[in-house]
Design a protein around this ligand. Structure first.
Ligand SMILES: [Zn+2]
Length: 204
């Protein structure tokens, strides 16, 4: 009976959804948490912000990767050397990958509307799960959660602008995300928004 009991508990633990490798933070099996619910799955791809840096910018991205699970996996791989603070799935589920107090690696070589470079120092990066083909829509649940997250960040940080990755990426044309995003849906946040091509860097 004793050994049967051990077998039964092993079977139970296999069925309970616990990660098989305790170093693997991905829930197994994966399940999107649901509208406005989140998981915090820490990415190794982050560092400290520079001394005295003031967080004042939100950078909006789209993943190109088709799911929240695959995006979370990509940000967990140290070899990818990329992350963002948040990724919002198509149903409004979201994952936090990096604390907003830390510097995530999402903007790359970049310049903002004031000519300031290296936006990762000063910004919060939010990814939207979208193919970035300019055709796939951004569901209203996803946009709603984006608005809630930015509204919350506005109370914590002196935000002065929302920018698209496309607008800040250097050289111009290096990025096109978030393609097809409905920017007018963020106007209630009352923050200046910069998206599309940046006339200061785009000479085409
Ligand atoms: Zn991007």
């Amino acid at each position: 009976m004793h050994s049967l009991g051990i077998v039964a508990s092993v079977v139970l633990s296999l069925q309970s959804g616990l990660p098989s490798d305790p170093r693997d933070p991905m829930p197994s099996p994966w399940k999107d948490p649901g509208f406005a619910k989140f998981l915090w799955i820490q990415s190794p791809n982050f560092g400290p912000r520079p001394e005295g840096a003031i967080v004042d910018t939100v950078v909006v991205h789209s993943t190109v990767i088709p799911t929240l699970e695959q995006t979370t996996n990509a940000f967990l791989r140290e070899s990818s050397q990329v992350s963002a603070h948040f990724t919002i799935g198509r149903d409004g589920s979201y994952v936090m990958h990096v604390s907003t107090f830390d510097r995530a690696w999402h903007a790359g070589v970049s310049v903002d509307p004031n000519g300031r470079t290296n936006l990762n120092h000063y910004s919060i990066g939010i990814e939207l799960v979208n193919l970035n083909d300019g055709k796939q829509p951004y569901p209203k649940e996803q946009v709603q959660v984006l608005k809630w997250i930015i509204a919350g960040l506005k109370r914590r940080f002196p935000l002065k602008q929302i920018v698209s990755h496309e607008f800040i990426a250097v050289p111009a044309g290096r990025k096109s995300d978030p393609a097809g995003f409905p920017w007018e849906s963020l106007k209630d946040l009352n923050l200046p928004m910069y998206f599309g091509k940046n006339p200061a860097t785009d000479k085409s």
